[in-house]
Write a new protein. Structure first.
Length: 560
């Protein structure tokens, strides 16, 4: 059972947080019941309404037989229902987890079975996929369809579920209750990262520090912080541009709600930069959560186009844009700051397995950088033999983070021990990101070792080549993989998406890379594609890229 596995894994004492997120949000709803909590398009949910709706969901889960540590899947697009269902699961002391809405029926089935799913909330658009796999999901006691439409007899309509149940009574809860974040699985099978509520709150210290507030450690302090923020005349309004199923927006939303703020989402199924800026203006968003250039390039284009029309968007409410998960290029950062020099850009280096490895806070459009960060207070860079990398040595090492951490991967203690080892008596998260340490102590991120290319004995990290390629004005986007090569073992291969009407030859692209990186890192093959495929959270889909590159280059590997 999930609870049994949970309890026999030692939790890292990363902080002194003593409250559960659901209990914290109940306290906030009591303090400011009439204030906005959730906004999606024209749909607004107050804090009092959020608590009521989540309590009805908790009652429905209880009626279906769910209890402590039962897992509840959220296969939902961004919207108020995502956060309502998540809150409802937490009220019942269940463990909500994210489900990628782009998964095929087979991928959905594998994940939901492997996650021991007891209930699942899914968007109406996805009903056919669930119809295909529900026969293999005997352990699921409740399917809830969100968004109306024709509801099959094996599921219940979301609005009907709310109407059919009275709010559940509040219960005592533990900071050890779980929130599970499944990794994207772009380079392997998804893994469920088990975050105790207390550790999640412990990762929010930088968010509170940016507002010159101490991190709350008990329920009384949560309410004190909410009143203190309002006494200053400031209310946090996070516009979650990236999917809530991704850690960047999802974890940030948890922190926004702990502050008594409001989480804003876009109602469309596809990212619309113009709609984003209109929502910023309409609802006075204070900070945006994005995932690198996949979001920020179209956002910058929309700002530039509006300025050229003489109808610039009003960005005066925005004090912060935060990105995590992928590289965020310096030219795009600079362009955004030119439209609002008063805001700051937080480029955060984190992963599903740990938050706060390193960061870079930038506010000067003339001094932006790509993939260069300042280490967090609990972060080390460890060489392969375990020693700390010496600043300025040029040696590569893996990032290691201590502090508030997850307790491991769901049902995978062996992989958990590998990713969260104990070093010098302290538990660390080492998900596999490689970096070098500069003489000034800053780090240069190289990329994830799982997609590292070994070419002629040299290691090449795809992300650094991708960023070098994107410095060429004709390149809109790039993904780099290693294809099989008889001479080199693997050949660095770039899939590039060019700007419309642009023609760039291979030699020119190679020159752009060599101006910034060593010769051996320059692509040996260039594959042009109409559009690069990325996951909804903006991360490169390396499996798709490798398959596409081999097909375009006519590479056929011998069967093993």
């Amino acid at each position: 059972m999930p609870l049994q596995y949970h309890r026999r894994v030692a939790i890292d004492p990363g902080g002194a947080v003593t409250f559960n997120l659901a209990s914290a949000w109940e306290a906030v709803s009591d303090a400011i019941p009439d204030e906005d909590a959730l906004i999606c398009g024209d749909a607004r949910v107050s804090w009092g309404e959020l608590d009521d709706r989540a309590a009805r969901i908790a009652a429905a889960l209880g009626a279906a037989g769910l209890g402590i540590a039962d897992n509840v899947g959220l296969c939902l697009y961004n919207g108020n229902e995502y956060l309502e269902a998540q809150f409802g699961a937490m009220k019942r002391r269940c463990s909500p987890f994210n489900v990628n809405y782009r998964y095929t029926a087979a991928e959905l089935g594998d994940l939901l079975v492997g996650a021991d799913t007891r209930a699942v909330f899914y968007s109406a658009d996805l009903v056919e996929r669930f119809e295909e796999v529900r026969g293999s999901l005997d352990q699921v006691a409740l399917f809830v369809q969100v968004g109306g439409g024709d509801v099959p007899d094996w599921a219940v309509d979301y609005a009907s579920l709310l109407a059919a149940h009275d709010p559940a009574a509040r219960v005592d809860r533990s900071p050890d209750d779980l929130w599970i974040l499944f990794t994207g699985g772009t380079t392997g099978s998804p893994k469920g990262v088990m975050w105790p509520h207390g550790s999640l709150v412990g990762t929010m210290d930088r968010t509170f520090d940016s507002m010159r507030l101490a991190l709350p450690t008990d329920l009384g302090e949560v309410v004190d912080r909410v009143h203190e923020i309002r006494a200053r005349g400031f209310v946090t309004r996070q516009l979650a541009a990236a999917p809530l199923m991704h850690g960047t927006a999802g974890i940030a939303a948890l922190g926004t709600l702990v502050q008594g703020g409001a989480v804003l989402t876009l109602p469309g199924r596809h990212f619309d930069a113009d709609a984003l800026w209109r929502m910023v203006e309409r609802h006075r968003a204070t900070h945006l959560t994005v995932v690198g250039d996949a979001f920020c390039r179209p956002m910058l284009t929309a700002l530039d186009d509006a300025a050229r029309r003489g109808e610039p968007f009003d960005l005066s409410s925005v004090f912060l844009i935060m990105s995590s998960g992928v590289m965020w290029s310096a030219p795009v950062k600079a362009g955004l700051l030119e439209h609002n020099p008063q805001m700051r850009l937080l480029d955060s280096l984190g992963s599903s397995e740990g938050a706060g490895f390193a960061n870079k806070l930038e506010s000067d459009s003339g001094a932006t950088s790509t993939a260069r960060f300042q280490l967090g207070p609990n972060t080390r860079v460890l060489a392969e033999d375990g020693h700390d990398v010496e600043p300025g040595s040029g040696e590569r090492g893996r990032l290691a983070l201590a502090g508030p951490l997850p307790i491991g991967y769901y049902k995978d203690p062996a992989k958990s021990a590998e990713t969260w080892p104990v070093i010098d008596g302290r538990r660390y998260s080492i998900p596999g990101d490689w970096a070098t340490v500069e003489a000034d102590g800053s780090i240069v991120l190289l990329g994830r070792g799982s997609v590292c290319i070994n070419t002629g004995g040299e290691k090449v990290y795809p992300e650094e080549v991708e960023e070098a390629l994107k410095l060429h004005p004709g390149v809109v986007d790039a993904t780099v993989v290693g294809v099989p090569d008889e001479r080199w073992g693997q050949a660095v291969t770039a899939l590039v998406e060019l700007a419309p009407g642009t023609s760039v030859d291979d030699a020119d692209l190679g020159t752009t890379v060599r101006q910034n990186l060593a010769d051996y890192k320059a692509p040996k093959h260039i594959v042009r594609v109409p559009r690069l495929q990325r996951s909804p959270n903006g991360k490169s889909d390396y499996r798709w890229a490798l398959t596409t590159a081999k097909e375009q280059l006519g590479i056929v590997e011998a069967a093993r």
